[in-house]
Design a protein around this ligand. Structure first.
Ligand SMILES: Nc1ncnc2c1ncn2[C@@H]1O[C@H](COP(=O)(O)OP(=O)(O)OP(=O)(O)O)[C@@H](O)[C@H]1O
Length: 258
């Protein structure tokens, strides 16, 4: 089996007159935490959205574990094996934490989502096993005791962890985290860092966009830096941090720094 989990090459995307991405590519190996950074408006979210099927690219080559995939729709990408979280948390607010994770699990079950909605016999049979696994995942991310709480009643940090549990429930080949530390306080960030570290140690592969450069540098094995839709650096965090173009992009006029 190939050691490369995700290979994306030559991704371009234009919004009207704006070239949001020009020929961007990344390769993520098994077990890596891969960071995507860059100043405001650099194209990080656009790239992320293209990889996960939310935006249709103008060009690009996409491979997951050596097999071509077409990022044409979010659910297709999820089926192919990429699970993601969102910058603006997207949970089923009035469902319990446990139910939210169970929904994530259903894309990997025989009866699927439709079976879940129709409550077919096949679904009922699977349901107990799904609930058990969902509870394990809640425990894993550290919010097991909130299983029966409605998602909207959880703290911001816990909602983010719930999103991660739901993504893990799909047994993804790659888990893509969109600004997982956004809005978190220092203590929550420490807990998040430990969680991402644990997910990696348990053999998962992670792509993340993050504004907290310290977190990225401490956590990631490799980093790509985007600026005005172009890839200006790629490599180990320590090297990228010293890169002249990167320093200029972050400190240069016209950009807000984070
Ligand atoms: N749906 C869209 N329609 C038009 N322009 C867009 C759209 N999405 C993004 N853009 C533009 O593309 C460029 C890249 O935006 P993007 O959100 O990908 O950057 P980013 O690096 O994620 O920024 P931030 O750090 O602020 O989240 C920006 O100039 C943005 O205004």
């Amino acid at each position: 089996m190939t050691n490369t989990v995700l290979r994306v090459a030559n991704v371009s995307k234009r919004f009207g007159g704006l070239q949001a991405l020009s020929d961007v590519g990344i390769t993520i190996d098994r077990g890596q935490v891969y960071g995507l950074i860059g100043p405001n408006g650099a194209g990080k979210t656009t790239f992320f959205n293209v990889i996960t099927g939310l935006y249709t690219p103008d060009s690009g080559v996409f491979e997951l574990e050596g097999k071509a995939y077409k990022p044409s729709a979010v659910h297709e990408v999820a089926k192919a094996g990429i699970a993601r979280t969102f910058q603006n948390i997207r949970l089923f607010a009035d469902m319990t934490a446990l139910e939210n994770v169970m929904v994530g699990r259903h894309i990997r079950t025989r009866s699927g989502l439709i079976g879940a909605v129709l409550r077919t016999p096949g679904f009922k049979h699977e349901e107990a096993a799904i609930a058990k696994r969902a509870q394990e995942l809640l425990d894993y991310v550290g919010i097991g005791k909130y299983a029966e709480f409605k998602a909207r009643t959880l703290s911001y940090g816990d909602q983010r962890r719930l999103e991660i549990a739901r993504a893990l429930a799909t047994e993804p080949k790659l888990i893509a985290l969109d600004e997982p530390a956004a809005g978190m306080n220092a203590t929550e960030k420490v807990v998040l860092r430990e969680l991402i570290d644990r997910i990696r140690k348990d053999g998962r592969t992670i792509l993340l966009i993050e504004h907290d450069v310290k977190l990225v540098m401490g956590l990631c094995d490799r980093v790509t830096v985007l600026d005005y839709g172009k890839q200006i650096a790629e490599g180990a965090p320590a090297d990228v941090q010293r890169n002249e173009k990167v320093i200029e992009a972050y400190l240069g006029a016209g950009h807000k720094t984070h």
